[in-house]
Design a binder for this molecule. Structure first.
Ligand code: UDP
Length: 478
């Protein structure tokens, strides 16, 4: 075996500028630094601005507290070319067109300057979000090892990376409502067309977001290493198949060190969090249904209304995170008239919370979720079964893992329409019906798998150590 203890690794890290990507990237940075790597973490300027505002952080360096505790994480920002106050979600196409076409040159210049700077230790590794298609090209230009960090399940990775195969088989774009089973995607026994990611199923497939996602999936298999934000035991067949192609490491989830005080001192949340502990503590154990649709997706007033009245009819306690921008219409009046009065004592509505803190509270017994992958992993980590209401992107595919494969959740609706009576019936059965204990037991089993993976000697811990060993070995042998 090569002696790989000698070289000090310095990695530059670029997260995608969205909440669901920032969280795993910050945790990964701290984890790698705690294993001896030097890290330079790079946020987009507008993300830096939002983080400092939401967390009332006066520091210009978000990682200064971590550095004081002895970890070598340096911090920098990069402009995406738009003013900080530019409304990116409102101008999604323009924003993504620029991320696809103009941003790579900015990254190139940033990395070139850093490598030429006397203040920076030599850089050897580029860790970028897998959805940045520019990373293999820029890594090659500067002789850096390219690490692609995929923050969604391995199932999504293999389906996305076999887009061409799906197209050859006539399943992209998915036609009409006819459901068909795909039995040819490497590492997947079978997946229905309805469970494919939303960008496989849209009528318009020439959008800039499609182009960006296509380009990224094409580049992912050029990476020197892929880090998967999942757990080996949850997706072993898929991961084993992927590892035949490329060095592949399942390292998720990365929370083992959230109890390290310095981790909690890094601002990660793009919105101000409301502390719901007192309210949750006042409710009987397992009696509260937590409702949240993540940080990005939007829905209609009609869907909110049916879920709202379904919750009331079910008579369960609930805590609902209703972002002010949850409605597609832009309307800030989210709930039906009088709803807030009707729920007094039973329900609490907040604009944002510390989700892991909520899910770990004993009061919470279920999670109505959009199946974002972070939310899904966090729910598994806390042993909370789920009621799934996927909206877009990878969420329908994540739902399959939760409901069909792991059996730790149910569907909120048939995926076509939502009716309050059905919602109420599903919720009541899920929280206290005959099948309820079965879901809780199964969720406990999955929770144990996740916690075991992160224990010393667990699969995620071992995989991360192996990844660092392989990085060093590759650098020595270059
Ligand atoms: N989140 C949070 N507070 C909330 C709602 C969500 O901190 O009130 C966090 C949640 O813990 C998760 C992230 O936001 O880590 C959302 O990521 P996910 O992948 O679930 O969904 P996305 O926002 O990307 O659709």
């Amino acid at each position: 075996m090569a002696d790989t203890s000698c070289c000090k690794l310095h990695a530059i890290i670029f997260p995608l500028p969205y909440q669901g990507h920032i969280n795993p990237f910050v945790n990964l940075a701290i984890k790698l630094a705690s294993k001896g790597l030097t890290i330079t973490f790079v946020h987009a300027e507008h993300i830096h601005h939002t983080l400092t505002k939401s967390n009332m952080d006066k520091e210009t360096d978000l990682f200064s507290a971590v550095r004081k505790s002895g970890l070598d994480i340096r911090y920098s920002t990069i402009t995406d070319g738009f003013p900080v106050e530019f409304d990116r979600p409102l101008h999604l196409d323009e924003y993504w067109r620029s991320l696809l076409n103009d941003f790579p040159a900015r990254v190139d210049e940033f990395i070139g300057n850093m490598i030429g700077s006397a203040d920076s230790p030599p850089v050897s590794v580029l860790i970028a979000d897998s959805f940045f298609a520019w990373s293999p090209g820029i890594a090659r230009k500067y002789d850096l090892l390219n690490v692609s960090f995929f923050t969604q399940p391995a199932l999504v990775f293999t389906v996305g990376c076999h887009w061409d195969l799906v197209t050859q088989n006539g399943h992209f774009p998915v036609k009409g409502d006819n459901e068909e089973e795909l039995k040819y995607v490497p590492g997947v026994d079978s997946i229905s067309t309805k469970d494919l990611m939303s960008y496989f199923k849209e009528e318009e497939i020439e959008t800039v977001v499609h182009k960006a996602v296509f380009a990224a999936f094409h580049e992912m298999n050029r990476a020197d290493f892929v880090l998967h934000y999942t757990v080996q035991e949850l997706e072993s067949k898929t991961l084993d198949t992927l590892s035949k192609n490329q060095p592949t490491y399942a390292i998720g989830p990365v929370y083992s060190f959230t109890n390290r005080p310095e981790t909690t001192r890094v601002a990660k949340s793009l919105r101000s969090e409301l502390d719901c502990t007192k309210w949750l503590d006042s409710k009987p154990p397992g009696s509260v249904l937590y409702v949240s649709f993540g940080s990005v997706v939007q829905t209609s007033k009609q869907v909110i209304q049916e879920i709202a009245y379904g919750l009331l009819l079910s008579e369960v306690n609930f805590l609902w995170v209703a972002r002010e921008d949850i409605l597609k219409s832009g309307d800030s009046d989210i709930f039906p008239d009088g709803f807030q009065d009707e729920i007094k004592g039973k329900g609490l509505i907040v604009p944002w919370c510390d989700q892991i803190m909520v899910l770990s509270n004993r009061g919470v017994g279920g999670f109505v979720t959009h199946c974002g992958w972070n939310s899904t992993l966090e729910s598994m980590w806390c042993g909370v079964p789920m009621i799934c209401n996927p909206v877009a992107y990878d969420q329908p595919t994540n739902r399959k893992l939760v409901v069909e494969d792991l059996k730790i959740g149910i569907n909120l609706s048939d995926g076509v329409s939502i009716h309050r009576e059905e919602v109420a019936e599903k919720i009541s059965g899920f929280m206290s019906g005959s099948a309820s204990q079965g879901f809780r037991d199964q969720a406990e089993k999955v929770k144990k798998i996740l916690h075991d993976a992160l224990d010393n000697g667990g699969s995620s811990e071992r995989n991360l150590d192996k990844f660092i060993y392989d990085l060093r070995a590759k650098i020595i042998n270059l």
